[in-house]
Design a protein around this ligand. Structure first.
Ligand code: CP3
Length: 342
């Protein structure tokens, strides 16, 4: 039986210590991260094993969180597959050639997903360093879900309502399914590299799934997210933003051991919808990180209280740590969750 609180919670247990970690805990909220990143582009940092390992470890050392989340990005496997992508500071992933037509889809999906594994030496090496350093503290590997990756790839960059990706589903369903199926294989390969190298849980980020109707989610997206998690041998967390209307589907027929909930829906309500067979993760409102401690701590206590309605709870934010967040506040939330804050 797994002993780390995070892994116990993922198995449906309620460990004595409430496990807590933060999405985007490794990143710009930490001055030590900003120092290390000077002069190195984001995706170059992701492919430098010593650097990626060190950035992954920084928030664990500083905050005492219950898990590391591997420092990388959802577009890294696409880069490893040979696709021309960069991450523009303050903007996000940008692709040199958007994938919009049937011919574009054919060009991209001609790449063997195995190419990701062949090029993933730096990823495996970085995870090896992290797991050796952390001992019992679990490392969470991750990948982007097919829809969220497609939202960038079809558009060519960040977009608000992901109109082009959602449009492709209906305009050319065959191309959509070909593309999403290929992205599922790529994400599955990336997850496999991380678990083979020692990651003991994974999170599938479908950050932008909330823009989909439930009908479109079911028909065009869920089967591919399910495929991305096929054969993954460690506990699986599935997360999206604004997915209250999709929650039952986010369980992926039980393939998700935990569902991540954003700040919009209280965890007790999510637990009622999802039932007793799934762990909940979330859902501190990132906006409240800037509030005075009495306000924030009351909110955190409320989240913890509502989380008791689920079979098990992993405390997290409802989305990533904003770059301007005060990291000492995050450390204090960890102490509160662990019963150490006065
Ligand atoms: O700490 C962690 O959570 C692990 C590292 C991580 C990063 N990206 C590092 C990163 C993870 C899990 C991701 C996933 C990711 N990347 C998602 C899903 C999670 C989510 O936030 O919904 C998405 C949508 C992306 C795409 C992406 N990459 C965006 C929108 C951005 C922000 C661009 C910006 O500058 O504001 C990135 C870049 C990125 N990924 C940064 C980090 C630390 C910032 C780049 C920098 O520090 O220069």
């Amino acid at each position: 039986m797994a002993t780390a609180p995070l892994l116990r919670a993922l198995h449906g247990d309620r460990p004595e210590r409430l496990p807590v970690w933060f999405m985007r805990q490794a990143g710009r909220s930490l001055p030590e991260y900003r120092d290390l990143r000077v002069g190195t582009r984001m995706l170059d940092a992701c492919l430098d094993p010593a650097l990626a390992a060190e950035i992954t470890l920084q928030p664990v050392r500083r905050h005492g969180v219950d898990a590391a989340v591997f420092f990388s990005d959802i577009v890294v496997p696409l880069l490893l597959a040979g696709i021309d992508v960069e991450i523009q500071p303050g903007r996000g992933p940008v692709f040199a050639e958007p994938v919009r037509t049937a011919a574009d889809v054919a060009r991209v999906t001609a790449i063997e997903p195995a190419a990701v594994v062949a090029a993933s030496g730096p990823i495996a090496e970085a995870i090896g360093i992290v797991t050796a350093e952390l001992g019992e503290v679990p490392v969470i590997g991750f990948a982007g879900a097919p829809f969220t990756l497609a939202a960038y790839l079809v558009e060519g960059g960040p977009s608000k309502e992901h109109l082009r990706a959602r449009g492709l589903m209906h305009a050319d369903p065959d191309s959509w399914h070909r593309l999403a199926g290929w992205l599922a294989e790529v994400s599955r390969a990336f997850l496999g590299v991380q678990t083979d190298a020692g990651a003991s849980a994974v999170q599938l980020f479908d950050s932008w799934a909330g823009s989909l109707s439930a009908a479109d989610y079911r028909e065009f997206v869920a089967p591919h997210s399910l495929a991305a998690l096929e054969g993954v041998t460690v506990p699986r967390i599935h997360f999206g933003v604004g997915t209250g209307h999709l929650l039952p589907d986010m369980r992926l027929n039980g393939r998700a051991d935990a569902v991540g909930v954003d700040w919009r829906m209280p965890l007790d309500e999510a637990a009622r919808i999802l039932g007793p067979d799934v762990t909940l993760q979330g859902n501190i409102d990132p906006a409240l990180l800037a509030a005075p401690w009495p306000v924030l701590s009351a909110h955190v206590r409320d989240v913890i209280g509502r989380g008791e309605a689920a079979r098990a709870h992993i405390l997290n934010l409802g989305h990533g740590v904003p770059p301007e967040a005060d990291p000492t506040v995050l450390t204090r939330i960890v102490a509160l969750a662990h019963g150490e804050d006065a």
